[in-house]
Design a protein around this ligand. Structure first.
Ligand code: PAF
Length: 322
């Protein structure tokens, strides 16, 4: 018998439990598109710590960055990675019903969005993922999206006319920017900074937390707090992961996912509270007084067209949610 094998057997006999545990370890890869210091990083890290603690290390979480969200979801669907924490931006291409959540000015404020997502409507939407070969685990948060650009201060809807704006690969958002007279250019987030540097696009739209974490102030001078759409985030996993789990581990997984959501939202709230001042400090010109009603009016014809293709009863339920 080789020395290595004898050492392994001796180690197993001396500590049979930890050896068995090491043998049974499962690694879960979670990809997300932002730096670890971001609100997504906070969510993924809290999830990792909670799950590893609750399962005594039998589950390990490997956090990876992939700033192409569509590609990450595809990898989850075919099973090359277990999970992805993603905005809903490209999710409608996999689970079309989710597009309802991407309608501009649908959510009044953060409390409204979180209440809907955590309540019956959000839970029903999570159950829609099953038919598409995915598991929607928990809603997290990207945040209210705001417009940045390198050309001019945007004070009114008319100022958006003619701007080339990068949007997510999301039909609802693209239609909205077309209605505002912009030239929407859908692309993965991974392509955004080079596109801004090369002038392929003039602007983009994202929550404060994303602008901060990615230093978009280095490539964008003007920020307007349009808050034109709430951007949910979601932890999506491959169903095979759960097929192998017993009930206790599944409960620990769900609890850890909720801890991740709480940490993600807390970090997003903190970034939203301090972010505008920080971005001004970094040199951005920020328009904070925005006539939201004017933007909604300018969007109205496009919004009506968008909503014809969506679930009007669901949109009414969301709007009437108190
Ligand atoms: O703009 C996007 O693509 C998304 O908001 C981002 C930055 C990848 C976070 O989900």
């Amino acid at each position: 018998m080789s020395l290595t094998r004898r050492v392994a057997i001796a180690a197993a006999l001396a500590a049979p439990l930890s050896f068995a545990q090491a043998q049974a370890q499962t690694t879960i890869t979670v990809q997300h598109p932002l730096p670890l210091a971001s609100h997504y990083g906070a969510g993924a890290t809290a999830f990792k710590e909670a799950l590893e603690r609750a399962t005594g290390g039998r589950y390990r979480v490997n956090i990876q960055r992939n700033d192409n969200e569509r590609e990450a979801i595809e990898s989850v669907q075919i099973g090359t990675i277990e999970c992805s924490l993603t905005s809903t931006g490209p999710v409608g291409n996999f689970v079309p019903e989710v597009r309802n959540f991407d309608v501009p000015f649908l959510f009044r404020d953060t409390a409204h969005a979180r209440g809907v997502l955590d309540g019956e409507i959000g839970q029903q939407m999570l159950s829609r993922f099953t038919a598409r070969g995915l598991v929607g685990v928990v809603w997290m948060e990207n945040g209210f999206r705001h417009l940045t650009n390198s050309r001019r201060e945007v004070n009114a809807p008319a100022d958006i006319r003619g701007l080339k704006v990068r949007t997510m690969e999301n039909q609802v958002h693209m239609r909205a920017f077309t209605q505002l007279g912009a030239l929407p250019t859908p692309m993965a987030f991974s392509e955004l900074v080079p596109a801004l540097q090369q002038g392929t696009v003039d602007g983009q739209e994202n929550p404060i937390a994303v602008i901060l974490a990615n230093n978009l102030n280095q490539v964008q001078r003007f920020l307007t707090l349009t808050g034109h759409v709430y951007s949910p985030a979601i932890l999506i996993c491959n169903p095979a992961l759960f097929a192998r789990m017993n009930a206790a581990d599944r409960a620990a997984f769900n609890e850890a996912a909720r801890a991740g959501a709480a940490a993600n939202r807390a970090k997003n709230s903190a970034d939203e509270a301090a972010g505008v001042e920080e971005l001004r400090r970094r040199g951005m010109t920020v328009v904070t007084q925005v006539d939201s009603a004017a933007f909604q009016t300018a969007l109205a014809p496009g919004a009506a067209q968008i909503e014809q293709q969506l679930d009007s009863a669901l949109l009414r339920r969301i709007r009437e949610w108190r």
